[in-house]
Write a protein that binds this ligand. Sequence first.
Ligand SMILES: Cc1cc2nc3c(=O)[nH]c(=O)nc-3n(C[C@H](O)[C@H](O)[C@H](O)COP(=O)(O)OP(=O)(O)OC[C@H]3O[C@@H](n4cnc5c(N)ncnc54)[C@H](O)[C@@H]3O)c2cc1C
Length: 245
Amino acid sequence: MAEHFELDIHQYERVERIEGEDGNFQVYTADRLRCPRVYGAKKAIFATGYYDLPNRLNVPGECLTKVIYYYKEPHPYYNMDVAVIGAKNSAAIAALELHWSGARVTLIHRGEGIHSHVKYWIKPNIENRIKQGELKAYFRSQVVEILPDSIRIATPEGEISLKNDFVFAMIGYHPDTEFLGAHGIIIDAASGRPYTNPETLESSRRGIYLAGVIVAGMHTNEIFIENGRFHGEKIAAAIADSVRR
Ligand SMILES: Cc1cc2nc3c(=O)[nH]c(=O)nc-3n(C[C@H](O)[C@H](O)[C@H](O)COP(=O)(O)OP(=O)(O)OC[C@H]3O[C@@H](n4cnc5c(N)ncnc54)[C@H](O)[C@@H]3O)c2cc1C
């Protein structure tokens, strides 16, 4: 697709800020070697997602290197005592794969059980592993401290301490609202959604459009691959229209 449309894509390059105004923006970036670059643009589209900023546990010890916010593969954790925090898809998948690869897994979640949104082929699988005692689960429980070789958990039966080598904090991610705010994009305080014109997806900053899951603000489960991909078409039509006028 990128080659077909001859898209000029700059991977591993971070947009630091955008200055200027509709029709004459300057885009300041840092490439993967941290070299600064500047580009001119008539319009800008922010499609920055939410996956770059993991939600934090806000407990002592969460900055230890053994606390992992992005699950990639299970094999390095063979024969290790691993805690998985959360009970949605990411937590369920990580817990199952770690268990199948020989880690001793404990799942901890503040809710009543595995979340109802977990994919229908994963939910019974993890629930049965818990029922069989292959995975230990603490529900209505919260990690209160992470130490180098253990964790403290507040459970309904009181506080316990477990031996622990690694913690997978699978508790979600959030959009970079600071980045939006710094560019004059107004965010509704009650819903957490950035303002966009529903017809054009132009934000409150003229000439800057929003696309993808960022349109839903904190409601990251409302827009996903199947519906977010239509934003491009809408924005392209709106830009073409504004250029024609
Ligand atoms: C674990 C997980 C599993 C999922 N599974 C599914 C699934 O099965 N089906 C489904 O439909 N959806 C799924 N989703 C949701 C789906 O990934 C998102 O809805 C979708 O990726 C959103 O697309 P996007 O283009 O808005 O943002 P993203 O795909 O997140 O892309 C945003 C990009 O912008 C980059 N970026 C951010 N800030 C800057 C900056 N300042 N400068 C330059 N680049 C920047 C980011 O690094 C990222 O590459 C899943 C999400 C997660 C986290």
